[in-house]
Design a protein around this ligand. Sequence first.
Ligand SMILES: Cc1cc2nc3c(=O)[nH]c(=O)nc-3n(C[C@H](O)[C@H](O)[C@H](O)COP(=O)(O)O)c2cc1C
Length: 230
Amino acid sequence: MNVLKKLIAFHVAFFLVFVSGDIAGAQNEIKLPNPKITGKVSLETAMLRKKSVRGFSSSALTMEEVSQLLWAANGNLPMDAVSGATSKVIPSAGGLYALEIFAVTGAETVSGLPAAVYRYKPESNSLITVNPGDNRSLLARAALNQMWMASAPVVIVIGADFNRMTVKYGNRGLQYVFIESGASTQNIYLQSEALGLKVGSVGAFQDSYVTGALKLPTDISPLMLIPVGK
Ligand SMILES: Cc1cc2nc3c(=O)[nH]c(=O)nc-3n(C[C@H](O)[C@H](O)[C@H](O)COP(=O)(O)O)c2cc1C
């Protein structure tokens, strides 16, 4: 009888710790449409059109557009069938991939997506809610009051976990993270042009204010804010 009780207790504990955790995780996860790997604008034309703007219309973005932008920022490529290795749309020293991408949205600024700060989950091309509500004005204030960026339907935040790189490369890893962030920034610019969207860059901000405003995880340093709109 004791053995039976222990067995039931184990199964209940297993359910509470793992299965219910998964259910909660799944509920919190918003699957994005699959990214497209073909487009109507050539790479050369996108480079030619590349331009930073500082104002946006009030038109909302679609989930397809947001998915495409986030995939361009740090998306996963299909796993290598032979080695099982994963890689991304951006290069990374030692394949360590230090970047974490966040999307900051307002109410209905992305059709069908509640206002929140989201973390992009590349392995499932999905979003996890980090902090509900519209935090774009707080973010703009943290960026030396560059209030124009609060009109962007989405602000993409490129953040990094420096430790992932420095644990292998020491201080040299710091510049590797900045280089990775630059590759991600340019990908977002080119993807925006290819989708006919407008894009800007904001590097002038106080790190701790951005982290506080968005409630970013403490191991993530914000590196670049990229407002995108129409
Ligand atoms: C690292 C970096 C930080 C930047 N920070 C800001 C910023 O805080 N505010 C802003 O309005 N533009 C910012 N920019 C945009 C530049 O001003 C812009 O890229 C430059 O004027 C060239 O214009 P273009 O991108 O249209 O060619 C930044 C660009 C980079 C690469």
